[in-house]
Design a protein around this ligand. Structure first.
Ligand code: F6R
Length: 607
């Protein structure tokens, strides 16, 4: 995820900016850049590691500057490259700007600016904001910023330099974090505290649409219409390592808690006036109408997301879907037809087996749509079509937000195909849109179960065997929940299609065995309750997972985790969130290294 740092004060800006960017490296990035004020604005940017930028600056040489902004970019709009890196400058050369977030209406604004003779150097939404600033700028940077934020829609944290005002640094945020750091030697902006923690522990935490006007001697905060705002100074006492995790003990927890925001980014910009818009997806209506079969191919959690995708796509689009584990697909000589589509799911975009499966599909003349998190990754580059999940960098080995956003994009794809093929009623389409719109909020509410799941985990932390049962789409959720539990807590856990339990596995259930019964589907609810009764009768302890209102589960389960109410196709997507938390707390109780479980790597780039 992108990082921002900025400084104005008595000290030299460049070392502060570069030091701050180094502190943000853990967030993941693909390029970096800085703008400082020397004779005029000087911008240096470089693709790749921060050391490339440092070398470039050292080669070019620099004179002292006491104001500057810096950025680490994690590509969203446009590939990772020098050109697309931040800061972006206005055409007049007077403005330089860094941005975190996504501007939803940038194409509309870009068109207006192109019509007004603006020439763009990059493919980014950020350059559009810089040029818009330039377009409106008439001498007063504060007024200009107010005008700009009145026009842009989306999420942003912005830092702005203006060469007419080399004694001023401006910043604003909406739905993207930004701190203003205060010190005797000058003032700072940063997307995350670690970037400036060695310089100050006193901050203003900006709320949405609050503007910070920084000079070397102080900071004034304004609202959108120019009224000054009084704000308390927030003092942090985190150590630096903790701060990189945003105050959480582990990246996994931070990433679980980022899921509502990640879902927002992956869903909301793709819903426009009641319709799914997949901008970069160029499959023609005819190709979609003629789709013969879809092959979803992935590994691990991504494969589990694919199984959910099968249920949703088959139900909504009436296209047969096969789901394959990539390492199996590549060697099983799959039967592919030219009217088939292969959907590849991968958070990292670098998983060796998944990449090989993609190549196999392409070799057989089948078009590939990949759903990927890392921009510019091998899978993204080699696919015919790419839809990014916009989850931001995932550092913990066990995927959380990567998985949830994969699901969300699969729902969007299903809706898109269903509409194009005419296999969905207007009512169902509208309902799906509402479900997707509500998903980030519902996820946020569910994550508030945090403390109660920590308690529940204490009770079950000593379990050695866990079975998770579910039917239909809940079986897929059971598989992902089971994987979370085994990979980070090392508890042996297995997922079963609930009806299959009686065909052998139930013999393993004995006094005290934990069985987690997942029942989000109303048509299958009673069957699942019966399955839970069967294991209970054999001495199992049962945790039930059911939608709010399905209190019948309480008759059989020792504890029930309630999920937000949702349509059958969506309800199951909420199961994994509390199960991630449950697995996390069990792992913590058992003293496991949550972020780096034994024997596992984040990206499996070998077979
Ligand atoms: C489990 C997990 C793995 C990955 C799998 C695929 O928590 O993270 O099972 O889902 O290795 O990785 P990507 O999605 O990067 O291809």
């Amino acid at each position: 995820m992108c990082g921002i740092v900025g400084y104005i004060g008595n000290k030299e800006a460049m070392p502060i900016l570069l030091g701050g960017l180094a502190k943000l490296e853990y967030r993941g990035y693909d390029s970096a850049g800085v703008s400082v004020f020397e004779d005029g604005i000087r911008t240096v940017k470089s693709q790749g590691r921060l050391t490339n930028l440092v070398e470039k600056i050292e080669t070019e040489g620099s004179s002292a500057s006491h104001i500057g902004i810096g950025h680490t970019r994690w590509a969203t709009h446009g590939e990772p490259s020098d050109r697309n890196s931040h800061p972006h400058n206005g055409q007049s050369g007077k403005i330089s700007l860094v941005h975190n977030g996504i501007i939803e209406n940038y194409l509309e604004i870009k068109k207006m600016l192109l019509d007004n003779g603006y020439i763009f150097q990059s493919e980014t939404d950020t350059e559009v904001v810089a040029q818009l600033f330039d377009f409106y700028y008439a001498g007063n940077p504060l007024e200009t910023l107010q005008k700009v934020i009145g026009e842009i829609r989306g999420a942003y944290a912005l830092g702005v330099l203006c060469s007419d005002h080399p004694d001023t640094l401006l910043a604003v945020r909406k739905d993207s974090p930004l701190l203003v750091g205060l010190s005797e030697d000058g003032n700072y902006i940063a997307s995350d505290a670690p970037a400036i923690l060695e310089h100050t522990r006193d901050y203003y935490l900006l709320n949405d649409n609050e503007i910070a006007y920084l000079t070397k001697d102080g900071v004034v905060l304004y609202d959108l219409v120019g009224n000054t705002i009084a704000k308390e100074i927030y003092h942090v006492d985190w150590d630096i390592a903790a701060a990189e995790k945003g105050g959480y003990d582990y990246f996994m927890m931070k990433e679980m808690m980022e899921q509502p925001e990640a879902l927002r980014k992956s869903i909301l910009p793709r819903l426009e006036n009641g319709e799914v818009k997949l901008d970069d997806f160029a499959m023609t209506k005819e190709e979609i109408a003629n789709l013969n079969r879809i092959h979803i191919v992935a590994c691990g959690s991504a494969w589990h997301a694919g199984i959910v995708g099968k249920y949703v796509i088959e139900e909504m689009c009436r296209i047969p879907v096969e789901v394959d584990i990539a390492s199996e697909f590549r060697y099983r000589n799959p039967i592919l037809n030219k009217n088939d589509l292969c959907i590849i799911l991968s958070q990292s975009g670098e998983t060796a087996d998944t990449l090989a499966a993609l190549r196999e599909a392409k070799k057989q003349g089948v078009k590939v749509l990949s759903i990927v998190n890392v921009v510019g990754s091998s899978i993204a580059r080699e696919s015919d079509y790419v839809l990014y999940t916009w989850a931001g960098p995932e550092i913990a080995v066990a995927t959380t937000k990567g998985y949830s956003t994969q699901l969300s994009v699969l729902y969007l794809v299903a809706m898109y195909f269903a509409k194009e093929r005419g296999t969905v009623s207007n009512e169902m389409y509208a309902l799906c849109e509402k479900e997707l719109e509500e998903m980030p909020e519902k996820a946020a509410k569910l994550l508030q179960l945090d403390a109660s799941l920590a308690e529940l985990a204490k009770e079950y932390a000593s379990c050695e065997d866990v079975f998770l049962i579910g039917r239909g789409i809940d079986y897929a959720a059971a598989m992902e929940s089971s994987l979370k539990l085994k990979e980070i807590s090392y508890i042996h856990s297995e997922a079963y299609a609930a009806g299959e339990l009686k065909h052998g596995t139930i013999s393993l259930v004995e006094e005290g065995t934990l069985v987690i019964a997942i029942a989000t589907q109303d048509t299958l609810f009673e069957k699942l309750v019966s399955n839970a009764k069967e294991v209970k009768a054999r001495g199992a302890r049962v945790i039930g997972i059911a939608p709010e209102g399905q209190t019948l589960m309480e008759e059989v389960a020792d504890q029930v985790i309630y999920l937000p109410k949702a349509h059958n196709l969506f309800a199951s997507s909420y199961v994994v969130l509390p199960m991630q938390l449950f697995a996390y707390y069990i792992a913590v109780e058992r003293g496991c290294d949550v972020d780096k479980p034994r024997n596992l790597a984040k990206s499996v780039t070998v077979e």
